[in-house]
Design a protein around this ligand. Structure first.
Ligand code: 5AD
Length: 341
């Protein structure tokens, strides 16, 4: 396999690109050229299944944190997960993302059983997990049962800033170790962070880019920080839309080969978020395949999109709309490209 190209940009340039509003369009155009060189105009879809909103963690920014007593907690059973997968498969989805809080009841045995059943029914799909920090043994068992990819945002690569976002039981070191374990096992791995999370400085974002350069992730997911009213951070404001776009573009420029989603958070903060995200270098969308009640209860932040184009049912309409932006939705697994220019 060819070594992947990473374009290292110096700190001073990155700082300007991150902070300067006037750079937004220039960066987006540059990112779009690179994205077309590596991935053409293709947009990959991932069917998101929100498997549980029960979480043992208490992250200060997150609406489904343990201490939030105003959440309708749910956990999907095997049949519900398989039904969502069947529904998605029939619509043409070839990647499913099972995302959830760190729910202790999602045992290794349960997950292995579900993964095997999905892979048996649909051998041509890729399965992505996003279930937080787990032991090496769990990650290995999930991989052996058929999981292909894992998303675990590092959230912040400056330990002091990470500590401001999380209670003391959570440590950046553990999270980074999880990411390296996942890589070692053979997963395609995704990191990422929120833009303008509370107390974040430009230097923290640069630290994230540096960490990711070392990790060489296959995927990078970012979105603006969005207020969630039942959290200790309720008085902070939403992250900037255009700064998020600049960071999407920067990530495409630095990691030409990466799979980068235009996230739900980006679509929540601006009605044209997903379109402008794609035009700034993103090449993945994650429509929601979760059962209706789950969609409503999986609120990481306020006003989360839960009707319309983020819903998987609207796939045909989504395809049309993406075509009108100049891109093309494709029904395949959409693995990371190792043919970067
Ligand atoms: N605003 C934006 N993104 C959030 N996430 C969690 N809470 C929020 C919020 N309030 C992101 C985290 C997590 C991902 C699943 O959702 O980065 O990794």
């Amino acid at each position: 396999m060819r070594k992947r190209e990473i374009n290292h940009i110096d700190d001073k340039t990155l700082k300007k690109w991150i902070e300067d509003e006037a750079m937004t369009d220039i960066l987006a155009q540059r990112a779009d050229v690179i994205r077309r060189q590596v991935y053409g105009n293709k947009v990959y879809l991932r069917g998101l299944i929100e498997v549980s909103n029960i979480c043992k963690n208490d992250c200060y920014y997150c609406g489904i944190r343990k201490s939030n007593t105003h959440v309708n907690r749910y956990r999907l059973g095997k049949e519900e997960i398989l039904n969502s997968a069947r529904f998605g498969y029939e619509l043409g989805f070839r990647t499913f993302v099972m995302q959830g809080g760190e729910d202790p009841k999602f045992s290794q045995d349960f997950m292995v059983d579900v993964l095997k059943s999905i892979k048996e029914a649909y051998p041509d799909v890729a399965i992505t997990l996003s279930l937080g920090e787990r032991s090496y043994e769990d990650y290995k068992a999930f991989f052996d049962a058929g999981a292909d990819r894992y998303l675990l945002r590092e959230e912040s690569s400056n330990p002091a800033h990470y500590d401001k976002l999380h209670p003391k039981e959570m440590k950046l070191k553990n999270r980074q170790e999880c990411l390296y374990n996942l890589k070692k096992i053979g997963y395609q791995v995704g990191g990422g962070f929120m833009v303008e999370s509370p107390y974040q400085k430009t230097e923290d974002l640069i630290a994230d880019i540096r960490f990711l350069e070392e990790l060489e992730p296959d995927m990078v997911g970012i979105g603006p920080y969005l207020v969630s009213h039942d959290t200790p951070f309720m008085d902070f404001k939403n992250g900037s839309f255009t700064k998020t776009l600049r960071l999407v573009a920067i990530l495409r420029i630095v990691f030409p080969y990466a799979l980068i989603p235009a996230t739900t958070a980006l679509g929540t903060v601006n009605p044209k978020g997903r379109e402008l995200g794609l035009k700034a270098g993103a090449n993945v969308l994650m429509p929601n395949l979760s059962p209706k009640e789950a969609k409503k209860a999986y609120n990481l932040y306020d006003n989360k999109l839960n009707t319309g184009l983020e819903a998987a049912e609207a796939k045909k309409q989504l395809e049309k709309e993406i075509a009108s932006f100049g891109y093309q939705v494709v029904d395949d697994r959409g693995d990371v490209s190792d043919f970067g220019k």
